[in-house]
Every structure is written in structure tokens, then in C-alpha cells.
Design a binder for this molecule. Structure first.
Ligand SMILES: NC(=O)c1ccc[n+]([C@@H]2O[C@H](COP(=O)([O-])OP(=O)(O)OC[C@H]3O[C@@H](n4cnc5c(N)ncnc54)[C@H](OP(=O)(O)O)[C@@H]3O)[C@@H](O)[C@H]2O)c1
Length: 324
């Protein structure tokens, strides 16, 4: 399975449910495929049904290829248990409908992988009045976690929430007064606001980790490396194109290599109980000083609750805020 550390193949039953946002492409695709190849039911929470259907066909083909290589302990089923559910993180209404549909299905939820994300996009405001990167990368996932936490708490031991963050969290300024950008569009720094959204995820893992510590649910954040995926599409023109070529030639790793640590944290039983930490390349790593500042983590937590309060019930607010 390539060079360097890797994940074990962990046979899972179909009643193990793994939900991955943005699973039709890049890192999410690899995490979904490998989880399903080990036997789990994987919910692909994506905004495009057609793209996701194509991904499902490709995953099944790659499953057959892997079987013909005689990779041991893969699922004995003939097809993978992959299910599309519509989710558009740009809208709290879509997020709410998605969570309602998931709850109605009566399924358990063992792993919630908040992977989907946008990169270096120009300033855009969502219909909910939020800066796009803030809502798609951070707030919508926060709302999903708050809404599905009850299901996870009732899904038996060792349930995991994973947040796909980035080393780019170091580029993000911690300034809660400007958390929802409202300045002139041409002064907007996508680098800074992308970095902020990733910083918030690491801080969320720490702050929420404290609240759910000792329970059956854990939360961790991950940097996958610099990975050659469609994530870089916004750099594919102008002067950034040259930089992108260099990144792809010299630095970037494949989606599979980039997903390995995430797959390990999804399936490896040895990570049961590991909570509130930031992972890079199979190791627990110390994030930036802002990211690990407890007071700032708690300030962000309070500000986030204020921003998402209109989209959560009182019960959901209480549940996510309760300390064990
Ligand atoms: N690639 C890297 O070097 C790198 C480094 C550090 C961290 N990351 C993080 O890794 C995660 C996955 O990125 P990737 O590299 O695998 O890129 P990717 O292939 O572009 O995957 C991003 C996924 O997010 C989905 N998405 C975007 N907006 C959405 C929305 N409004 N609602 C629902 N889904 C939405 C995309 O769906 P569509 O296909 O429909 O657009 C796609 O499935 C991101 O959170 C990113 O910040 C990536």
C-alpha cells in the first residue's frame, strides 16, 4: 500500500455506519472507498447526485481491482454498501433537512467524517448571511455535529467525529470580531479566511473534546498533507497556475497517500478513546499557539454557538454544550 506508515485492513460489518461529507472526490473518495471495502456502510453526503453516482461506480470497479490483487480481509460482498444523501453545506436549510433525513432512517452512526471543504475562493456571502468559507468549512459541519450527536451517543462504544483541517490553520488570524467578513470584497484574503476556517476546526476538536471526554464519542482533527486533488482548482489560472505546477510536481502527494492517516483514524481500533487532538501523518502534532489557547477555544465556542443558535433546537444546544 505504498511507502511509509499505513492503515490496517479492519473487517467491519455492514451495520457499522460511516458518514463522510464531500465523499465524491479527492480525500473523501479514498476514505469512503476504503471504509466500504472493509465492509462498513458508507453514507456519501454530497451536493451532486450525478457526481456521487459516478464515484460509486468507480469505487466498485476499484474494489474489484483490489480483490483481484488478493488484498486480504476485504469485504466478501460483491458490491460496496455506498449510499448517497444530498447535503449542500452552503445552506443551513439543506444541513437541517439532511440531518432530519438521517435521523428518520433510524440508523446508528459510528463515524462522522467532516471532510468537505472549499479552498482559496474569492469573497462570497451565502443566503444565510455568512462568508462562504466560514459556513461551508466550519459552521455547517458544527451544526451537523450538534444535530447528530444524540444519534452517536446512542450508537454504542467508540464513535468518532473527525474534522479535516489543515496546516493552513497557521495562516488564519484569530479575531472573532471579524469572524464573518463584512469588509470590501476586494480586500478579502481567501488565504487568511481559509486558514481561519481550518483553525476553528482544530479549536473545535479541543473544546468539544473537553465536553465529551469520557463518553462514547471522540473528536479529532487532521492535516492530510499537500494533496493533489480538485481542491486546487481555483489556482488553475493566472499567476497562481505556475505555483500550482510546482506544488503538483514537487510537493503534492496522491489522494490515497493523503487519505491514509484519515482512514487509520476512521477504522483502526487502537485509536478508540483518543480525543481532542490534531493529527498529521499518523502522529499527534502540536498546532499553532492560537489553536491550542484554551481561552481562545472557549471564546470561539461561545461565538459559534451564537452564530448557529437559530438553526439548533434548545435540546441540541444543551447537548453539544454539556460537559460530562
Ligand atoms: N488537497 C489538499 O492539499 C488539502 C490540504 C489540507 C486540507 N485539505 C482539506 O481536505 C478536505 C477535502 O478536500 P480535497 O483535497 O479532497 O478536495 P476536493 O476533491 O475538492 O473535495 C472537496 C469535497 O467537498 C465538497 N464540497 C464543496 N463544497 C460543498 C458544499 N457546499 N456542500 C457539500 N459538499 C461540498 C466537494 O464537492 P463537489 O465535488 O461537488 O465540488 C468535494 O466532494 C477539505 O476540507 C480541504 O480543506 C485538503
Amino acid at each position: 500500500m505504498g511507502s511509509g506508515p499505513s492503515f490496517p485492513i479492519v473487517p467491519m460489518k455492514r451495520d457499522k455506519v460511516i458518514l463522510i461529507t464531500g465523499a465524491n472526490s479527492g480525500l473523501g473518495y479514498e476514505i469512503a472507498k476504503w471504509s466500504a471495502m472493509m465492509g462498513a456502510t458508507v453514507i456519501l453526503a454530497c451536493r451532486s447526485e450525478s457526481k456521487t453516482k459516478e464515484a460509486v461506480v468507480k469505487m466498485n470497479q476499484e474494489f474489484q481491482d483490489e480483490k483481484s490483487k488478493r488484498t486480504s480481509q476485504l469485504s466478501e460482498n460483491t458490491t460496496l454498501a455506498l449510499e448517497f444523501m444530498h447535503l449542500d453545506l452552503v445552506s443551513f436549510e439543506s444541513v437541517t433537512n439532511f440531518c432530519e433525513a438521517f435521523k428518520k432512517s433510524g440508523r446508528k452512526l459510528h463515524v462522522l467524517f467532516c471532510n468537505a471543504g472549499l479552498g482559496f475562493i474569492p469573497y462570497q456571502k451565502t443566503a444565510d448571511g455568512m462568508e462562504m468559507l466560514l459556513q461551508v468549512n466550519y459552521l455547517s459541519h458544527f451544526v451537523i455535529i450538534a444535530k447528530l450527536l444524540e444519534v452517536m451517543q446512542q450508537s454504542g462504544p467508540d464513535c468518532r467525529i473527525l474534522l479535516m483541517s489543515s496546516v493552513a490553520h497557521q495562516w488564519g488570524t484569530f479575531d472573532l470580531k471579524t469572524i464573518n467578513y463584512s469588509g470590501p470584497p476586494d480586500r478579502f484574503s481567501s488565504k487568511n479566511y481559509y486558514g481561519r476556517s481550518k483553525l476553528y476546526q482544530i479549536m473545535q476538536a479541543a473544546a468539544m473534546g473537553r465536553r465529551i471526554s469520557g463518553s462514547n464519542v471522540t473528536i479529532n482533527s487532521i492535516h492530510p498533507g499537500v494533496v493533489d486533488t480538485p481542491f486546487w482548482r481555483d489556482w488553475d489560472s493566472g499567476i497562481r497556475k505556475c505555483l500550482l505546477c510546482c506544488i503538483k510536481c514537487w510537493v503534492a502527494i496522491s489522494s490515497f497517500e493523503g487519505a491514509k492517516c484519515s482512514i487509520d483514524l476512521t477504522v483502526n481500533p487502537k485509536h478508540a478513546g483518543v480525543n481532542g487532538l490534531y493529527w498529521v501523518d499518523f502522529k499527534i502534532v502540536t498546532p499553532s499557539s492560537d489553536a491550542r489557547n484554551k481561552q481562545k477555544q472557549e471564546e470561539l465556542w461561545e461565538t459559534t454557538l451564537e452564530l448557529v443558535r437559530p438553526y439548533l433546537t434548545e435540546e441540541e444546544m444543551k447537548r453539544i454544550n454539556l460537559r460530562n
